[in-house]
Design a protein around this ligand. Structure first.
Ligand SMILES: NC(=O)c1ccc[n+]([C@@H]2O[C@H](COP(=O)([O-])OP(=O)(O)OC[C@H]3O[C@@H](n4cnc5c(N)ncnc54)[C@H](OP(=O)(O)O)[C@@H]3O)[C@@H](O)[C@H]2O)c1
Length: 245
């Protein structure tokens, strides 16, 4: 494995109980980092223990949870080196039928939750600096039917990433984003559990397959490491060529 220089670095990943977050938590552990993996509940985060990750409860809709998780890590280790804002929810509701509560939930988790975490991290470490990686999506760059609010939040995360990168660069913070394409997780089960649909989706991707959380690890470890020390306000797209078409 490439040495990213991440041994003993402290890392907090939201939404690490499963899917992409779980895969990234595993990759950071393999790189020797001290990893805190959050689920929206302690029960959902519990399986992280098996891969050497400290499980914590962190509902990104709750500011106290955001504050407490960051403070706990800083008190214990002196600083939080990397924050990965990965928690997110999707919906497949046609635009005309999206209710206020559904819209509010997606925006609150995918956009406001990312901002809350960035803000609490900055406040806690404004003298130390930091490294933030926000998980956006290719749907923050291109449109698709049935994902209007989700796409909107992911586009907003890309703009947030750029703005915070500029506002906080002088405080020693780097802020970057990841834009995954179709990755096989619970979020895309509705595709991967239907063989015909999965085949169609795979055929639409130049590399002819959906991705896995492992496909994202190298880019995230790179952004977390000093190998990317001159990079901020940018996004890396890992989508099998989908958005290159
Ligand atoms: N899968 C894809 O194709 C794809 C593509 C592009 C971008 N993404 C983005 O990648 C990220 C991870 O997606 P995924 O596919 O791994 O999804 P997933 O398998 O559905 O996992 C979602 C994660 O988010 C957590 N979460 C949900 N609501 C939360 C809340 N209020 N507070 C804290 N955590 C919460 C879940 O925790 P619990 O287990 O506790 O519910 C879970 O760990 C998301 O931001 C998603 O938008 C995914």
């Amino acid at each position: 494995m490439i040495d990213f220089g991440l041994k003993d670095k402290t890392v907090l990943i939201t939404g690490a109980s499963r899917g992409i977050g779980f895969g990234l938590a595993k990759a950071f552990r393999e790189a020797g980092s001290i990893v805190y993996g959050a689920g929206s509940s302690l029960e959902s985060a519990a399986p992280l223990k098996e891969i050497g990750v400290y499980p914590i409860k962190l509902n990104v809709r709750n500011r106290e949870d955001c504050q407490e998780a960051i403070q706990t890590i800083i008190q214990k280790h002196g600083q939080l080196d990397v924050l990965v804002n990965n928690a997110g929810v999707a919906s497949n509701t046609p635009a005309k039928g999206i209710r206020e509560d559904e819209m509010e939930k997606i925006i609150d988790i995918n956009f406001k939750g990312v901002f809350r975490m960035c803000q609490e991290y900055y406040k806690a470490q404004k003298k130390l600096g930091g490294n933030i990686i926000n998980v956006s999506s290719v749907l923050g760059m291109i449109g698709t039917p049935l994902a209007s609010i989700y796409s909107g939040t992911k586009g907003a995360v890309l703009q947030l990433t750029k703005s915070l990168a500029l506002e906080w660069a002088s405080s020693g913070f780097r802020v970057n984003a990841l834009c995954p394409g179709f990755i096989e997780t619970d979020m895309t089960k509705m595709i991967s559990s239907r063989p015909k649909l999965k085949e169609q989706v795979s055929a639409s991707i130049p590399l002819k397959r959906m991705g896995t959380p492992t496909d994202l690890a190298g880019a995230v470890l790179f952004m977390a490491s000093d190998l990317s020390s001159y990079m901020t306000g940018q996004a890396i797209v890992i989508d099998g060529g989908l958005t290159a078409q």
